[in-house]
Design a protein around this ligand. Structure first.
Ligand code: ADP
Ligand code: LRH
Length: 463
């Protein structure tokens, strides 16, 4: 039996989870959870990276000695380092509006058809390629000698070793997902310097040992492993589907990442137009999925309403509201930046000629009906575009705790839903480490069999 710590930074919270792994056992414990609150300074929305790093150190101290540490986080964002390896400014949040400038600059040089045919990455205004373009010509960018994606930045602070983990590298919009190498000609044409990124590493590769001052701070030494450092890559590794189940997945957290696991990317024009992405997964798989604006819609309502109503009360009341009274397009760009989400939902309903929610319960119901409908559409599109059949839907992540969302998704898709594990990301992170450390043998199929045997899952039949 060996133990591993997963550092999992989500857009809504960070956590350090400890997993004990044997050939036929897998126990997971949360040792520390901390809020992830972005900070606006002047015009710019930042991640509070030092607060997150402090949460990680506190979590590792609480974890105690472990045989390995793996780090994953949300995708696309990065920190720039100067010639001495110091961070230049706080990383900018992907919801910051600077991205519009980068989009205009890049698309003027390289049409999206070309970006997609080379990288297979869906259009999102925050893709790293657009963020780097938006930053061109700033003092920070002229000082920058290296760019580290968020998990790689944390790994560098823990070990002193700089690398670019492959699954997250694919989300930059600058990688060829088939050959797993940078699309250098494309980057050049887009005016972005891909040499800022240190060498590519695969999930399972060792990154390094903890630096002496980090050892002193956390109270033990450990190896840090590269894992699927894009949180969605680890989450998909943690989807407990049978290989022959014809399964689709919904990684339901701040985002709903909805799609299929494939062996090869699909970069057709139909796929581009449907805004499906081909992100690199663990063990060379392709995560063929669409980003659906997820529980962000609910999180932002809760922020506006403050803690005045508990989530379980809101969900209980929403379950009593008549179904599908108002359904809006969850991916409406108006929902992207932080702001008054209840008002935006109301105006989206009004614009769509739908009844405007009057109560909090009606607003929550509208959000969940709209998410279930967006899940259905993404699964139908993924099946159509890939020529695959889908017989069941797995929901993992915090959204697997939301019984109403799971049932509404089953109903909208007319398919059985298997919900859980909630912490699929941490589990996927830990299993990749465990395999590298020799505590577990096998590929994704064996990892998923172990998850089915050890984690509690809940089934929802469509009504
Ligand atoms: P991220 O990794 O993007 O920060 P998570 O996967 O942690 O997101 O999911 C967080 C969301 O999961 C919360 O915003 C909430 O909507 C939902 N969630 C978490 N726990 C529960 C619960 N007990 N009941 C209902 N929903 C929950
Ligand atoms: C989910 C996620 C998603 C990305 C988004 C920026 O946390 O990593 O896969 O598209 O954040």
């Amino acid at each position: 039996m060996k133990t591993f710590a997963a550092v999992d930074l989500g857009a809504s919270s960070g956590r350090v989870m400890v997993g004990s792994v044997g050939p036929r056992s897998l126990d997971l414990t949360e040792v520390h959870r901390f809020a992830n609150r972005p900070v606006r300074v002047g015009e710019t929305l930042h991640w509070d990276i030092l607060a997150l790093y402090k949460g990680i150190l506190d979590g590792l101290r609480a974890a105690g000695p472990v045989d390995g540490i793996g780090i994953d986080s949300w995708a696309v964002d990065y920190g720039l380092l100067d010639a001495r390896g110091a961070l230049i400014g706080n990383p900018v949040h992907y919801r910051d509006e600077r991205t519009a400038r980068g989009v205009a600059e890049v698309l003027a040089k390289v049409p999206h058809e070309e970006l997609y045919s080379q990288t297979g990455i869906q259009f999102q205004p925050f893709n790293t390629v657009f963020q780097l373009a938006a930053e061109r010509g700033t003092p920070a960018s002229s000082m920058a000698k290296q760019a580290l994606l968020i998990p790689d930045l944390i790994g560098y602070w823990l070990t002193g070793v700089a690398g670019t983990e492959l699954t997250n590298a694919s989300t930059t919009g600058l990688l060829d997902p088939r050959a797993s190498v940078w699309s250098r000609t494309l980057a050049e044409a887009a005016g972005v310097d891909v040499n800022l990124f240190p060498p590519l590493r695969r999930p399972g590769d060792e990154l390094g040992r903890l630096l002496p001052h980090v050892r002193d701070e956390v109270g033990f030494d450990s190896t840090v492993y590269n894992v699927g450092s894009h949180d969605t890559a680890s989450a998909v590794a943690g989807v407990p589907a049978r290989a022959d189940a014809h399964a689709a997945y919904v990684c339901a957290g701040t985002w709903s990442l909805v799609g299929l696991e494939l062996e090869a990317p699909i970069r057709s024009e139909a796929s581009r137009k449907a805004n499906f992405t081909n992100e690199v997964g663990v063990d060379g798989t392709i995560r063929y999925l669409r980003n659906v604006t997820g529980l962000w819609l609910l999180q932002e309502c809760q922020r506006v309403w403050e803690a005045s109503t508990e989530l379980d009360t809101l969900l209980r009341e929403a379950a009593e509201v008549p179904a599908r009274r108002s359904v809006v397009d969850a991916n409406d760009p108006r929902f992207m930046p932080p702001g008054d989400m209840p008002a935006r939902i109301a105006s989206a309903c009004e614009d769509a000629g739908q009844p405007v929610p009057r109560t909090r319960a009606e607003t929550v119901r509208c959000i969940l009906d709209s998410l279930a409908e967006a899940h259905r559409r993404a699964i139908d599109d993924a099946a159509r575009l890939s020529g695959r059949r889908v017989d069941e839907v797995h929901i993992v992540g915090g959204g697997a705790n939301n019984e109403l969302l799971c049932q509404l998704t089953a109903d909208a898709c007319r398919l059985p839903v298997v919900a859980g594990p909630v912490e699929a990301t941490a589990l996927g992170n830990i299993l990749v480490q465990a395999r590298s450390a020799g505590a577990f043998e096998g590929g994704l199929a064996e990892m998923r069999a172990l998850l089915r045997a050890t984690q509690s899952l809940r089934r929802y039949a469509p009504k």
